[in-house]
Design a protein around this ligand. Structure first.
Ligand SMILES: Cc1ncc(COP(=O)(O)O)c(C=O)c1O
Length: 475
């Protein structure tokens, strides 16, 4: 009866035997009540050890596929027939032996995410910090100390680890001018979860969402995942066109990057910031402020966050440690008005629960001990040098092909130029360099073309190599 069993796959003999026997029982090729060969016989037929067969029989028994009758052997369980023939209203399932299982209707294909399926850690991948410059020794010392604390092994608060919430509140108050108390800080799994939570809490079906175009795709995906209509807000001189908002009608939310427009790099001036807040106030619109890389302004202090311009501004402030520390930590934060904290806590409770405690505690100590500020100072210097070098190479070797959209800040540079930027970005990837096509950041038509290049993750040599590669590209 077991002539059709062949153990030739790469999985272990035990796994293969289990898989083949259980499949034959489910498909009723071995009908209910049928006696299976003795373990000795089967082991001999298949050329495997008796222990292997016994282990498989034990597992099949534990899962209800077979049962043993003392002294008589092992039999396919009769319950299998009952389970398979139980009528399921309204339709009776087709006999499994003749019809393979099919899945219920699938949802529409998801929109492809940034870099999905690609190597996300290539030099020049936008958003990636310099992984080699991370102070791994000091970090590990802190991590090690935290690991030994019993109090960090259990559950904690859904809003986040209290010392980290306090450290973030202190930091954003002094470095970014944000008005907040520690109780308003909600720790999230990266800025991305913070954005998804904002959508969950504030959007009702049909609510319109405004987003900069070009803009950050991660925000667009998070805020429209329940089907809310998205309205592109064009840029004027590399910043959100605040004056144009009045013509776009009402919106529940507006997503923006006021201190360093992503990806074009412009900075909203004070008058534009005030006008944006006035517009939001008059139109009852929430502003989502993504302050993703303000730490890396090179020549002057970054503008303070718009969240801090007025008391009680209708702003949800989002920050992340992905660029200041490491993306792999998956820790970001949301600073919400007091009245919304409970809503966000509940949304977070049902969509993943607490954030990893050990990572939170390590970041908290890293910040409180002063190492975070020291690290930021070093990185600012490092990225400024890379930024100068990259701009210099581009202006010299790619003149006439690309124009760097130069702003004195950040970890990426946009090279604007006429090209099939999707194909070019893929070609560059095949040469070992990351980038994203500029056109992919636009909503709808009228996209401009070029490459978004994250120079922070590239060494000087890789910068030289990449620019040379681009200059030699086939046209
Ligand atoms: C504009 C912008 N916002 C936020 C983030 C941070 O995302 P996360 O914290 O989920 O890694 C990124 C990362 O690349 C980004 O480019």
């Amino acid at each position: 009866m077991t002539d059709d069993i062949h153990l030739e796959g790469s999985a272990s003999l035990q796994q293969q035997l289990y898989q083949q026997l259980s499949q034959r029982i489910v498909e009723q090729r071995y009908p209910p009540g049928r006696r299976l060969p003795s373990s000795r016989q089967l082991a001999q037929d298949l050329g495997v050890s008796r222990n292997t067969v016994n282990a498989v029989y034990e597992q099949l028994k534990a899962e209800g596929f077979v049962r043993s009758r003392s002294g008589q052997g092992v039999f396919v369980h009769e319950d299998i027939e009952r389970a398979l023939q139980r009528p399921v209203p309204p339709a009776r399932p087709r006999p499994l032996a003749t019809a393979p299982m099919t899945l219920p209707p699938l949802p529409r294909k998801p929109v492809a995410g940034a870099g999905a399926g690609d190597d996300a850690n290539l030099p020049f991948q936008p958003g990636l910090p310099d992984l080699d410059a991370f102070p791994i020794r000091s970090w590990n010392r802190i991590l090690h100390h935290q690991e030994s604390r019993r109090s960090l092994r259990g559950y904690d608060s859904i809003e986040g680890y209290a010392p980290l919430r306090q450290a973030i509140a202190d930091y954003v108050r002094s470095a970014r001018g944000v008005r907040c108390q520690a109780e308003q800080v909600i720790i999230a799994q990266g800025a991305q979860q913070a954005l998804a939570l904002i959508g969950d809490v504030l959007l009702q079906p049909g609510d319109r969402v405004f987003s900069e175009s070009p803009g950050y795709r991660g925000a667009r995906y998070a805020l429209t995942r329940h089907g809310n209509p998205i309205v592109p807000v064009p840029l004027k001189q590399q910043v959100l066109d605040v004056d144009g908002l009045a013509e776009l009608g009402p919106a529940r939310l507006l997503f923006c990057t006021p201190t360093h427009q992503y990806p074009m790099g412009g900075v909203l001036n004070v008058a534009q910031r005030m006008a944006l807040l006035q517009w939001a106030q008059c139109n009852q619109t929430w502003i989502v402020e993504d302050d993703y890389d303000s730490e890396f302004h090179f020549h002057n202090k970054p503008f303070a966050a718009i969240q801090g311009l007025f008391d009680n501004a209708p702003v949800l402030y989002v920050g992340s440690f992905s660029k200041t520390l490491l993306p792999a930590l998956r820790v970001g934060y949301l600073i919400a008005p007091e009245g919304l904290v409970e809503h966000f806590a509940q949304a977070k409770r049902v969509s993943g629960g607490e954030s990893p405690l050990l990572a939170q505690a390590t970041i908290a100590e890293f910040m409180v001990s002063g190492q975070f500020s020291r690290h930021l100072r070093r990185m600012r210097q490092l990225y400024r040098d890379k930024w100068h070098h990259f701009q210099d190479r581009v202006s010299t070797e790619l003149a006439g092909q690309f124009t760097p959209v130069a702003e004195s800040a950040g970890m990426h540079l946009v090279l604007e130029g006429e090209c099939d930027d999707l194909a070019l970005s893929q070609w560059l990837r095949s040469r070992g360099f990351g980038s994203t096509p500029l056109s992919a950041h636009f909503i709808g038509h009228d996209a401009r073309t070029g490459l978004v290049m994250g120079f922070a993750s590239a060494s000087e040599r890789q910068i030289d190599d990449c620019v040379r590669t681009l200059s030699e590209r086939p046209v």
